[in-house]
Design a binder for this molecule. Structure first.
Ligand code: SF4
Ligand code: SF4
Length: 276
């Protein structure tokens, strides 16, 4: 298996280094409620990238509230190595709030790592700002690289104030995701992709995504089993079994290292991965 780029730098990020997860935690700040696409597995009670359990977040913070909260948490504990923004919508759909929050956090706690998760649609417009703020880790959710497959994963893409559906929307989203990842890697960000795996929709397509991820130079891939929730297009789809996910990871890990310890955290999760 390939080494994750910049392993020494990453050593205390609990998501990128399984060994660090025993001792180091993350703090998620729920500052971004809106989203610019509609994933067919999301009922908007989920954190971006389906990295969440229902129940999600108890509140949305303003950037100022978020940094006050960070201050309190860091006064109380010494085991938080990374502050992340992952929703509960798409952080870059609320780019002003997200970037301002990161700016305030970095000013308050200069040594902390900053981590961003996004669907990628708006990321190319903010690459320089993301870089200049000192964000080091970025996750883009890539559920397909083929617009036909993607058109079954997404029901709406809102780009430049226009709503796109079907193949047209899928094509725009995939182009923007590819542009995001290329630009992030050009600037030496540590990049993870999340892939939400849906049987009979994109599951057979996951190896093609992994192959593309290798070409992009992606550092880590997190295959997440879709959980059907009510009021979504995939409410009646089944989840992949544990065996199916394990087999996929085994099959594609020679393309890109696989994350195997994701905790599907809430948008306001705090602490070590098994703690909250
Ligand atoms: Fe939900 Fe995130 Fe998809 Fe937006 S990008 S629809 S918040 S899972
Ligand atoms: Fe890390 Fe997974 Fe939790 Fe995201 S959802 S913070 S990748 S463990």
């Amino acid at each position: 298996m390939k080494e994750i780029q910049g392993q020494s730098f990453l050593q205390n990020h609990p998501c990128y280094n399984k060994d660090a997860a025993a001792n180091w935690g993350r703090l998620h700040l729920p500052v971004a409620p809106n989203c610019n696409i509609r994933c067919n597995y999301c009922n908007r009670m989920y954190d971006c990238a389906n990295e969440n359990r229902p129940g999600v977040t108890q509140h949305i913070y303003t950037p100022q509230e978020a940094v006050s909260f960070v201050r309190k948490v860091f006064d109380a504990r010494r085991d938080i190595s990374v502050v992340g923004i992952a929703g509960p919508g798409d952080p870059m759909c609320d780019a002003d709030k997200t970037l301002e929050t990161f700016r305030l956090v970095k000013r308050e706690i200069p040594h902390v790592m900053l981590c961003l998760s996004s669907n990628g649609l708006a990321v190319p417009d903010y690459i320089d700002a993301i870089h200049d703020l000192g964000i080091t880790h970025v996750t883009i959710t890539v559920n397909a690289i083929d617009p036909v497959v993607a058109s079954h994963m997404y029901s709406m893409v809102c780009y430049d104030d226009t709503i796109y559906r079907g193949i047209e929307g899928a094509r725009i989203l995939l182009e923007r995701q590819a542009e995001s990842i290329r630009k992030l890697k050009e600037r030496n960000f540590i990049v993870k992709i999340n892939t939400v795996v849906v049987p009979e929709v994109n599951m057979d397509h996951v190896p093609a995504i992994a192959k593309q991820a290798e070409e992009w130079g992606v550092d880590l891939m997190n295959c997440i089993a879709m959980i059907p929730v009510h009021d979504t297009f995939f409410a009646n789809h089944r989840s992949p079994t544990k065996d199916e996910i394990d087999n996929i990871r085994r099959f594609i890990r020679h393309y890109v290292p696989q994350m195997t310890h994701c905790n599907r955290c809430r948008a306001d999760a705090i602490g070590r991965l098994r703690e909250a």
